[in-house]
Write a protein that binds this ligand. Structure first.
Ligand SMILES: [Zn+2]
Length: 123
């Protein structure tokens, strides 16, 4: 059974960010993040690491205009992204991003102790 990395995302080959997911070796289901209990679809304990490019389409969005921590810049948009590989993941966009927008992941390392995964509109 695979072990989860410290962060569920990181730089992949060529520096583009990837999401550390898993693929079931029984049914082929792809999920994110990796789960220690196995496949969330069929329950098999046999999964293998599977890095996802993180590209997809915004499925739902909500823009935040106020945040209790004044250090957090607003506005930003919380999004649910339906990844091209199947999983639905939640993340944030630095700019208002409407439903239906194609996005790709961006690794924000401004604070090296707390890298953040953001989504940006894909060109
Ligand atoms: Zn499965």
């Amino acid at each position: 059974m695979p072990t989860s990395p410290a962060l569920p995302f990181g730089p992949g080959p060529g520096g583009a960010p990837v999401l550390h997911g898993q693929r079931c070796t029984w049914c082929g289901h792809v999920s994110f993040p990796r789960q220690p209990y196995g496949c969330e679809e069929c329950g098999s304990p046999d999964t293998e690491p599977h890095d996802l490019p993180g590209t997809g389409v915004v499925h739902a969005a909500a823009t935040v205009h106020r945040h209790p921590d004044p250090r957090v810049p607003v506005p930003y948009t919380v999004v649910s992204v339906l990844l091209d590989d199947g999983p639905l993941v939640r993340g944030a966009c630095a700019t208002p991003t409407p439903v239906g927008t194609r996005v790709r992941p961006h690794l924000d390392t401004a604070d090296p102790d707390r890298p953040q995964l953001l989504f940006t509109p894909a060109p």
